[in-house]
Design a protein around this ligand. Structure first.
Ligand code: NAD
Length: 426
């Protein structure tokens, strides 16, 4: 899936999400000298479901939706990964996202495998009632597939805490008792964790701050551009702004806004609530994605969708640091071009892992029926993601490789070890 005005339209050879995920895997497998047997196991998803299900729309007609759940690997624990509602979602995209979840959970060393789900739908074109029915019916189709000990969904593109509350309620209705641990990213009032809503953005902020520091740049006063202003982009922008970063440009699906003097994320959120987009917010000038991606800024946060920086436009990037809040926003064939230009990248499986780290905290709190205060969540998040950042830095230095390969080497090495130690059944 690519964003409509992304550079793929230029005709240059591009890599889709699955092709990118497999290329990253192969690169790390070579670096680790993995055996052909282990490669064959880890390259494919363990289980996949495609479901077609009918929903009665508000006007009385029946529409059939298609949804997916892919569990890539469960060697290190239950499958874990978000659910996406997007019109371009397909099985290959979900496979790629599930594989990235396996590596992400292993990199930050939480006891989960990787999964992902999605429904091919534009949630903005459904009423709240229709959205609830799609969500509940999809959750019902996944009965037995998801569960606190099996596979635990969370929000992703086009879904949020409300979506998770509906899934939790649907699973609970079928079980006959409340099952809070079946999803994470729920509202706090039904067992969600303090700090989960901001967790991915907070992790982006922590890791970006470390990368900027390595480049000799202080986040306070740094110029920052952000693509995407949803679950991840809004929180990242707000938290970076709070630490003194100057937000010079932000885009969302409706357009973009710029102000060299600095944008106020709270005002953009208010405009988004009123109009459905940040575009046209007072005191801003318009900007498009292509211009944003090529801005001369200290930090570029990518928090929309995959395939944004490719071999076709990587040469135009002038940011000093790229923080991959989104999954797969930079294709593997763009990486060497960015490296040649001295652009430092915080890779997705590290940069956006704050979400799954706090999802893990939420799951632990649900199993223990004991809630942690927000400060404890933030402290533990910083400790884990900071530790992962340092581990990646150590492998970068030890092996003389880039951050993306180093992160994959650590993660895939852990999953390979777990797979080998468990052995093959029967
Ligand atoms: P979201 O739906 O809340 O937000 C997506 C944002 O991207 C929206 O602001 C949307 O307007 C914007 N967008 C869409 N098309 C665009 C376009 N053409 N130009 C510019 N912006 C555009 O989704 P999200 O949950 O914030 O996820 C964003 C990315 O982060 C995805 O890659 C997702 O997989 C990844 N991610 C999310 C989480 C999480 O906790 N939600 C965790 C880890 C990774």
């Amino acid at each position: 899936m690519t964003i409509s005005n992304a550079p793929e339209a230029s005709g240059a050879k591009t890599q889709g999400a699955l092709e990118s995920a497999l290329a990253e895997f192969d690169h790390a497998a070579d670096q680790l000298a993995l055996s052909p047997d282990i490669r064959a196991v880890l390259r494919l998803p363990k289980r996949e479901w495609t479901v077609n299900f009918p929903v009665t729309m508000d006007d009385g007609h029946v529409r059939v939706f298609t949804g997916y759940r892919v569990q890539h690997n469960v060697s290190r624990g239950p499958a874990k990964g978000g659910i996406r509602f997007h019109p371009a979602t397909d099985l290959d995209e979900v496979r790629a996202l599930a594989m990235w979840m396996t590596w992400k959970c292993a990199l930050v060393n939480v006891p989960f495998g990787g999964a992902k789900g999605g429904v091919t739908v534009d949630p903005r074109k459904l009423s709240a009632n229709e959205l609830q029915h799609v969500t509940r019916r999809f959750a019902t189709e996944l009965q037995g597939v998801i569960g606190p000990e099996v596979d635990i969904p969370a929000p992703d593109v086009g879904t949020n805490a409300q979506t998770m509350a509906w899934i939790m309620d649907t699973v609970s209705m079928h079980a006959g008792y409340t099952v809070p641990g079946v999803v994470t990213g729920k509202p706090v009032s039904v067992g969600g964790s303090e700090g989960r809503a901001d967790a991915t953005g907070m992790g982006v902020m922590f890791t970006a701050q470390r990368a900027l520091r390595e480049a000799g740049i202080d986040m306070a006063g740094a110029s920052v551009a952000v693509q995407g202003f949803g679950n991840v982009g809004e929180a990242a922008a707000r938290l970076i702004h709070k630490r003194g970063g100057r937000l010079v440009a932000i885009t969302d699906v409706g357009g973009g806004v710029a102000n060299p003097g600095g944008l106020d994320p709270a005002k953009l959120s208010a405009h988004l609530r009123e109009t459905g987009s940040i575009a046209g917010a007072p005191g801003t000038t318009p900007i498009d994605n292509e211009t944003l991606l090529a801005l001369d800024v200290d930090l570029l946060v990518l928090a929309a969708l995959e395939g944004q920086i490719t071999a076709a436009n990587a040469g135009a990037v002038r940011a000093k640091v790229i923080a991959e809040g989104a999954n797969g926003p930079v294709t593997p064939n763009a990486d060497p071009i960015l490296a040649d230009h001295g652009v430092v990248t915080v890779p997705d499986i590290l940069c956006n892992s704050g979400g799954v780290i706090v999802s893990y905290f939420e799951w632990v709190q649900n199993l223990q029926s004991f809630a942690w205060p927000a400060a404890q969540v933030a402290d533990r998040l910083e400790h884990i993601i900071g530790g992962a950042y340092d581990e990646v830095a150590a492998v970068r230095a030890r092996d003389g490789i880039g951050a993306r390969l180093a992160a994959h080497v650590i993660a895939i090495g852990r999953v390979a070890e777990a797979t080998e130690i468990r052995g093959l059944y029967p």
